[in-house]
Design a binder for this molecule. Sequence first.
Ligand code: KG4
Ligand code: ZN
Length: 323
Amino acid sequence: MTRILGIESSCDETGIAIVEDGRRILAAEVASQIKIHAEFGGVVPEIASRQHIQCISQIAERVMGAVDGPVDAVAATIGPGLMGSLLVGANFAKALCYAWKIPFIPVHHIEGHIFSVFLTDAPPTFPFLALVVSGGHTCIIACDAPHQYKTLGSTRDDAVGESFDKVARLLGLPYPGGPSIQEAAKEGNPKAIRFPRGLEKSGKLEFSYSGLKTAVLYEMRKNNAAVGDVAASFQDAAIDVLLTKTKLAIELTGSPRLVLAGGVAANQLLRDRLTTELDVPVHMPPMSLCVDNGAMIAAAGHSRLKHGFTGALDATPTPNLPL
Ligand code: KG4
Ligand code: ZN
């Protein structure tokens, strides 16, 4: 039995969890700063790092207090993310490792998202293809073996979650945009406006979401379309591209299964369409593990420890860390 304490602080969530054998969550807590940043329509980096500092030790105490006995290692997100925010979680983790004389495991944030599916009842086996969609990332990754990744395609500009956030702002809907657009879309017609599907026919696995956001802006200036119709039509276009590219990736690689992860994996239309339209099984995290959390970092950390990839106490957070 191996117990890992996982710490996530790359953006606006302070997530801490203890996970056993990379599969079972023994205790977990996520403190979201959404309400604080909503006022500004997006994450304010300086405020984010201060918030992490204010709450991290209390959350850690509660999570550790909920589980009897010690942990074997501490894993923390080392990048990519906001530098100030990453520093808080990584340094807190390192201090614990230094005091307790246990290994420190730096974890890549995307790898964390991918490992969220190992916390489900039906975890995938390698190899698989991962569609990671969040506020900072839109990528298709070939996961051939644990910690062996090849990014097959990513976004040239905005991430898909970022486009939900930006379009929500244009529509006067609250931050974060994903859930509020999904809600507003329920009242609208997804076929009301035909928005562009970026790079849809390029034959490549690259994404582009900035044109879609601009098209929404022009549509709103030109016509007086109902918010529900714009939200539903935008969501339809944004998700459509994810389906097209995922199908292409499966066709090109012959991958036997798909893993969906990241904040946008909470989108119901995306979940439904992937489940019904793909010919391969799809593994996805439950809603609670889609957005940033400490358990996914602990799960990835467990696998890293098992495969001998621990870090040094001088490992430095890197805002644009490659996978
Ligand atoms: O993974 P995450 O918590 O943070 C990053 O690593 O970026 O993802 C947050 C992103 C935000 O852009 C948010 O709008 C989006 O996930 N999101 C959604 C939904 N729930 C969260 N996007 C679409 N539909 C949702 N239901
Ligand atoms: Zn994330």
